[in-house]
Design a protein around this ligand. Structure first.
Ligand code: EPU
Length: 430
């Protein structure tokens, strides 16, 4: 098997056909942890962040904070940060390239030091992913911005209050703007903001630090505070990991209980699962049970900002549609290039036709195991799900993409009865 290895990344070997059964605990949210970790740059006081998943992106964020001169300790899913001294305002290109969320240091660095130099986040495989909306808020607040040698140089003397309407709804753009304005004591207004649970988790943290934030529909009114406090915060559950495991339970005809979830963050996903034929039971405030086994109905899915159907679940639901009883239609409205899993699913026998931003998925009884390649984080999750329901063996390569955003996914699936192994690539010395 290892003779066919094409890269030095680990890969998964999956034998499909097992029904998943049992209980599994969902980790804390990656996309909530990252901005909250960056928010620690805003205060000299110690901060404690609990329920942080152990992931490559979290390790990258720690490395970045350390580069900026901050003390960080990560133990038992808890990050302890003390940014008494922020010794640098330079976020090197090699970290920003690894993780686009590194751009989230810009807002806090400008608020704390008045300066930030951040590697230009390049295009990402799922789309162009510009940061013009982040920069517009910084500029309105008095920041001068120059792009030189692949770096964005930003400088501001006194941050002015801002009134701004985002031209597109952006998650990290809203988060960066909030952190940028968090020490400006005059009233700022942001309109057309993102309201994803991960953004609201950051809002809660900023409030704990002493920032006043009112949220009225898609408008936020911010009154910052020069002397921000430290905080102790438990990160919300990862609704995308929960959704991925829920789809896994359903499509394998299984019966799984997910613990440590927040069902109210999963509204649109759970609706679609039920429409597809799943039985979904809410067991108290933080547990759900998902049961499959009957017919899988085709779906019409259109991704949109929260509370709409999340783009981060589009690839996983596509696998469900591949084995549904009929024709499904999936429209991706957030990112222009987020169908890279389609090619790989086709290698597994899926019948999918792409028409612009819409995929028409012709459901069939089964997929067949193949060697497939991950192209991005959620695409890799979809290939794992496809492997679980495919006939025969599937090899999912380049799973470093998956390791950026899922904590021990294979162990969680294995604990539910899946037949999945991580094969660690050992570079040949011969
Ligand atoms: N956009 C602009 N200009 C900007 C910012 C965004 O045109 O200044 C566009 C983007 O190109 C995209 C749309 O607006 O078409 C939405 O992008 P957004 O800024 O909301 O995405 P993001 O903040 O870069 C976060 C998550 C993504 C998730 C999206 C959408 C983090 C660290 N990342 O990205 O998560 O898909 O919001 O919900 O929070 C993932 O976890 O797999 C992932 C990609």
């Amino acid at each position: 098997m290892t003779n066919t290895t094409l890269s030095d990344s680990d890969f998964f070997l999956i034998r499909g056909g097992e029904r998943l059964k049992g209980t599994v605990r969902v980790s804390g949210s990656k996309n909530a942890s990252l901005p909250i970790m960056m928010a620690t740059l805003l205060t000299e006081e110690p901060c404690v962040i609990r329920n942080v998943p152990i992931l490559l992106d979290v390790k990258n964020a720690i490395e970045l904070l350390e580069i900026l001169g901050v003390d960080v300790k990560f133990e038992n899913h808890t990050v302890y940060v003390e940014a008494k001294n922020v010794g640098s305002y330079f976020a090197p290109d090699y970290v920003v390239r690894r993780m686009r969320a590194s751009i989230l240091v810009a807002g806090p660095l400008l608020a704390r030091l008045g300066r930030a130099v951040v590697g230009m986040p390049g295009g990402c495989s799922i789309g162009a992913r510009s940061i013009d909306q982040h920069l517009k808020v910084f500029e309105k607040g008095g920041t001068t911005i120059n792009v030189k040698g692949g770096y964005i140089h930003m400088e501001v003397e006194n941050i002015r209050p801002v009134e701004h309407t985002f031209e597109v709804i952006t998650v990290t753009g809203t988060e960066n703007a909030l952190m940028f304005l968090s020490r400006c004591e005059k009233r700022s207004v942001l309109r057309n903001v993102a309201l994803e649970p991960e953004v609201m988790d950051l809002v809660e943290v900023l409030r704990k630090m002493g920032v006043e934030i009112e949220v009225e529909g898609r408008t936020m009114i911010i009154r910052g505070n020069e002397d921000l406090r430290g905080f102790d915060h438990t990160v919300i559950p990862d609704r995308i990991e929960a959704g991925t495991l829920a789809v896994a339970g359903f499509i394998t005809g299984g019966d799984v209980v997910l613990e440590g979830v927040c069902p109210k963050h999963m509204g649109s996903q759970l609706e679609k699962l039920k429409e597809a034929g799943a039985t979904v039971e809410l067991l108290g405030l933080d547990r759900i049970r998902v049961i499959g086994g009957g017919k899988i109905n085709p779906l019409e899915i259109s991704t949109s900002e929260y509370p709409g159907f999340p783009t981060d679940m589009q690839a996983q639901f596509m696998v469900l549609c591949c084995i549904a009883d009929g024709i499904s239609q999936i429209t991706e409205n957030i990112f222009e290039n987020r169908f890279q899993h389609v090619n790989e699913l086709q290698r597994m026998g899926a019948r999918i036709s792409l028409r612009g931003k819409t995929a028409i998925v012709f459901g069939q009884d089964r997929l067949s195991g193949a060697e497939v390649f991950s192209t991005d984080l959620r695409a890799s999750a979809s290939l794992v799900l496809a492997g679980l329901v495919a006939e025969g063996t599937t090899i999912v390569r380049e799973i470093y993409h998956l390791d950026r955003g899922y904590e021990r996914l294979e162990e969680k699936l294995k604990s539910l009865g899946a037949c999945i192994e991580r094969v660690t690539y050992a570079r040949s010395t011969g």
